[in-house]
Design a protein around this ligand. Structure first.
Ligand code: C2E
Ligand code: CA
Ligand code: CA
Length: 874
């Protein structure tokens, strides 16, 4: 419910409306107008009626006064008459001589006197009609004076009259004085009356004036009243229209606008008024606010409704999609309610569980469905139990879980349980047989060596890390044995990679056979193996294992029908408490291994800190060699190659020399393999190639230069690029350069090597097979690759000089080479016997050896070239 509150915050309800001040003000205005009108009317009417009344009263009064005046005048006259009558009687009395006359006169007096009194009384009463005290007093005095004329002395006079006659005169005298008083009283009364009449006349004339004034006034008043009434009415109407009608019209318009939803101009600024218009305006504004709110709410509502509708459409769409997705989804989907009843089961789930549609109807019990699957030969009894158990567990404690079940046909189904709607369960089903197999394979590939099936370096490292973490802080019962097969490289180089592979498999098998189940053997590189030995209680445990490994390699391997002997060198390291990391442990074992090899191989050595120094020295040597290559401080010596028949120099072999700043000269047999090992051979070879070619460029044009190239130069460096560049830079004919390779280059028989050799040949560069007869010496190499030359290893010559068999072999090879159009160089000609032998067996060959010259610096060659002008040596 909306709180009924105005903008200003004052809330009101019908009960809180202020008293009807508008009514009061309107009533006041109209009452004022009415009062003015009524008062004006009353006043005018009263004026008119006063005028009439005054006129009537004046008339009546005038008449009355005239009546009274007449009457009073009559009475006065009567009084005067009576008084004079009494005087006459008194005079008669005074003159009378007898008592009888006197008595008659007196009786007459008495009669007259009572008449006088009544006249005086009536005069007084009439005078009262004038309501004039002075007049009334005057007549009261007349009345008294009239009474006093005779009353007091009448008896005495009568008695006197009886006794003495002459008393009448005295009486008369007295009477006259009294009558004079009376007359003066009457005179006074007359004066007063005259005054009154005069006053009355004035009064009447004033009244007449007043009537005239009133009449004139009434007309003016009527006009004024009319005017003021009109003014009041006009003001009233104006006030009403300004104060009431206009606001009402405004409110009405606003209301109309409101009904037309024109809300912008609809606010009324009349709230400050405290009357009903104010109330109306406030009520209106409240109402408008309510409407505004209402409109706003309606807007929101319609927006929400639109949203809702779009949501509903979305939901319908989603539902449709869900339906399609459900039936198309590659996963089986099963939804259960809390009572384990089926809510949804898609087609894929039915397929995976091998159940028909009817046994999976919604509202079926899970158990029923699982039994159907079991009866159909899909899930086994254990599988059914497992699913039920997992569902029950999930219902008590909803925690996402997944498990695998093998079907009766060995398919692997993955069930994953998730929380469904309304405390239900959502089960996703997937046939992971293929994936599982692939995962197993991937796992195998990721963690195991495909050749030997042993854990690979990665897995071993992980296991070492875990073992070290587990044993952190303890005296670790672990040992790491780093094993390297002795002479494996030779086997690999000479007998080929497949032989090498077979050897590795055999070695892995033997290693596996000597460890306990708790130990772990891994192949971590070419011919390198690592054993993580656990539960090492004594040092003798490690020694025992090391000895067993060495013993295991005592017997030869049989590879390709041949016996191959390889030994094992072992470096052992034990983790130090809290100190060792996998890296340090591996480094220590490697250092110990290096020592074992250096000490003659087929042995095991424990890591000692002193060995570390040797490893450091080796690392320093590497840095030194790197520096020497960078500083171009390696020298190239040249050993001449001569034609056996005329002993003329036909070529020179470039042989690299390294004079170490502290250790002195280091033989190539040491630093060349070292350079190969530490990856510096390509840089070294490129430098030698350049120096050799530069030297050759200064030699007579028919003398070649032979440059030795290591196998890894074919595999890693850009040999062809280097050759091309150096020939171009020095403008040297390619035919003057000969590349010497050993069999090991060919054993790899990689596409890359083959391509490189062909490229060299197509450049016009010669290729010689070096050290022939020292290793595997397959004749097929000569056959398969068109060498320009074959260099027969010096061991051949030293053997041939003492053995007829070796001699005939030498002869055979030379002949074969000649047949194939391949030149022959016999190396290691040290003595004249050697030379003699060569000249006898292969006169067309070339020779090289200390007999003619050791390798010499380039500057010493000139001497050789010019000796006897025929470039003959010795
Ligand atoms: P290699 O290619 O067979 O070189 C001939 C080796 O035999 C040289 O040894 C040479 O001094 C030695 N020699 C020559 N005549 C006789 C002789 O009458 N009797 C004996 N006992 N030895 C003789 P060096 O200079 O010590 O070189 C050893 C090996 O080092 C070379 O054997 C070659 O394989 C390698 N080498 C030398 N320099 C280079 C190089 O720049 N690059 C590569 N990749 N290898 C090189
Ligand atoms: Ca050589
Ligand atoms: Ca050689």
């Amino acid at each position: 419910m909306r709180h009924f509150a105005s903008k200003s915050g004052s809330s009101f309800s019908s009960s809180s409306f202020p008293p009807s001040s508008l009514f009061f003000s309107a009533a006041l205005v109209f009452s004022l107008i009415a009062a003015i009108s009524v008062l004006g009317a009353i006043y005018t009417l009263s004026q008119i009626s006063t005028e009439d009344a005054v006129a009537a009263a004046t008339l009546k009064y005038e008449r009355n006064i005239r009546d009274l005046t007449t009457k009073l005048n009559l009475s006065q006259r009567s009084i005067a008459v009576e008084a004079s009558s009494i005087r006459s009687s008194l005079a008669e009395f005074a003159l009378a001589r007898d008592a009888g006359q006197k008595a008659i006169a007196l009786a007459d007096v008495a009669q007259r006197r009572s008449k006088l009194n009544s006249e005086a009384k009536s005069a007084k009463e009439i005078s009262e009609g004038f309501k004039d005290i002075e007049l009334t007093n005057a007549f009261s005095q007349i009345e008294v004076l009239a009474a006093a004329l005779w009353s007091d002395d009448a008896e005495a006079a009568r008695q006197e009259a009886d006794e003495t006659f002459p008393t009448g005169e005295k009486l008369l005298k007295d009477y006259d004085s009294r009558a004079a008083e009376l007359m003066s009283g009457i005179e006074k009364a007359n004066i007063r009356l005259a005054t009154i009449v005069e006053i009355q006349d004035q009064y009447i004339s004033h009244a007449a004036w007043k009537i005239d004034w009133a009449r004139a006034n009434a007309i003016t008043n009527t006009q004024l009243v009319t005017f003021w009434t009109v003014v009041a009415c006009f003001l009233g109407v104006a006030a009403v229209s300004v104060r009431i009608t206009n606001p009402l019209v405004e409110i009405t318009r606003a209301l109309k606008r409101l009904t037309l939803r024109d809300l912008n101009r609809s606010f009324l600024d009349l709230e400050s008024r405290s009357d009903e218009i104010g109330d109306l305006a406030r009520a209106y504004n409240e109402f408008r606010d309510i409407i505004l709110d209402h409109v706003e709410a309606q807007k929101k509502l319609s927006e929400q409704q639109a949203l809702l509708e779009s949501d509903q459409r979305q939901i319908a769409l989603l539902a449709a999609r869900f339906d399609v997705a459900l039936s198309a989804m590659p996963l089986g989907l099963l939804m259960l309610n809390r009572d384990r009843r089926i809510l949804v089961l898609n087609w894929k789930a039915r397929e995976l569980l091998e159940i028909n549609e009817c046994s999976s109807q919604p509202d079926r019990d899970l158990r029923e469905m699982l039994n159907c699957s079991s009866n159909a030969g899909c899930l086994g009894f254990e599988g059914v139990d497992q699913v039920e158990k997992a569902v029950d567990q999930f219902l008590t404690l909803p925690k996402e879980t997944s498990f695998h079940i093998k079907t009766q046909q060995e398919r692997l189904l993955e069930f994953s349980l998730h929380a469904g709607a309304n405390d239900g369960i959502l089960i996703l089903l997937e046939d992971i047989s293929v994936r599982h197999k692939a995962e197993t394979e991937i796992h195998q590939l990721a963690w195991f060596d495909p050749l030997t099936g042993l854990p690979n370096r990665r897995l071993m490292f992980r296991v070492i890390d875990e073992a070290l973490a587990q044993n952190a802080g303890l005296r670790s019962p672990l040992a790491l044995l780093y094993i390297d097969l002795d002479h494996f490289k030779e086997v690999n180089d000479t007998q080929g990679h497949s032989a090498g592979d077979e050897l590795l498999r055999g070695a892995a098998e033997r290693l596996r056979s000597v460890v306990r189940a708790s130990d772990m053997v891994a192949r971590i590189g070419g011919d390198e193996f690592v054993i993580l030995q656990r539960d090492v209680c004594r040092m003798s445990d490690i020694e025992t294992l090391a000895r067993r490994i060495i013993d295991a390699f005592e017997n030869p391997f049989e590879i390709g029908g041949q016996e191959v002997r390889v030994g094992a060198s072992i470096g052992v390291a034990k983790p130090a408490r809290n100190k060792s990391t996998r890296e340090t442990l591996m480094r220590e074992a490697d250092t110990a291994l290096y020592r074992a090899k250096a000490d003659g191989r087929n042995a095991w050595r424990f890591f000692r800190p002193s060995m570390h120094a040797a490893a450091v020295a080796r690392r320093n040597l590497e840095f030194d060699l790197r520096d020497a290559i960078r500083a171009k401080s390696l020298d190239v010596y040249f050993q001449p190659i001569l034609r056996a028949d005329n002993q003329e120099i036909s070529a020179c072999e470039a042989l690299t020399r390294w004079r170490h700043p502290t250790r002195g000269p280091i033989p190539p047999a040491e630093f060349i393999p070292f350079a190969e090992e530490v990856g510096l051979i390509s840089a070294l070879g490129a430098q030698t190639l350049e120096d050799a070619c530069r030297a050759c460029a200064s030699w007579p044009g028919d003398i070649r230069v032979a440059v030795n190239v290591s196998p890894s130069q074919f595999e890693k460096g850009d040999l062809i690029g280097d050759v091309e560049k150096v020939l171009a830079d020095l403008d040297l004919s390619p035919s003057r350069l000969e590349i010497e390779i050993t069999e090991s280059v060919l054993i790899g028989d990689t596409e890359r090597t083959k391509r490189s050799l062909q490229q060299l040949r197509s450049l016009g560069v010669g290729v010689a097979l070096d050290d022939f007869g020292a290793g595997y010496s397959s004749l097929s190499y000569l056959h398969h690759f068109p060498f320009d030359r074959v260099k027969i290893d010096r061991s051949f010559l030293s053997e041939a000089s003492g053995s007829a068999r070796a001699r005939s072999l030498l002869r055979g090879i030379v002949r074969l080479a000649a047949d194939l159009g391949i030149g022959v160089v016999v190396e290691g000609v040290e003595t004249t016997q050697h030379f003699q032998l060569v000249r006898e067996e292969c006169p067309s060959a070339e020779v090289q050896g200390f007999l003619f010259s050791p390798p010499v610096p380039a500057r010493s060659l000139g001497e050789l070239f010019c000796r006897d002008g025929r470039r003959k040596v010795a």
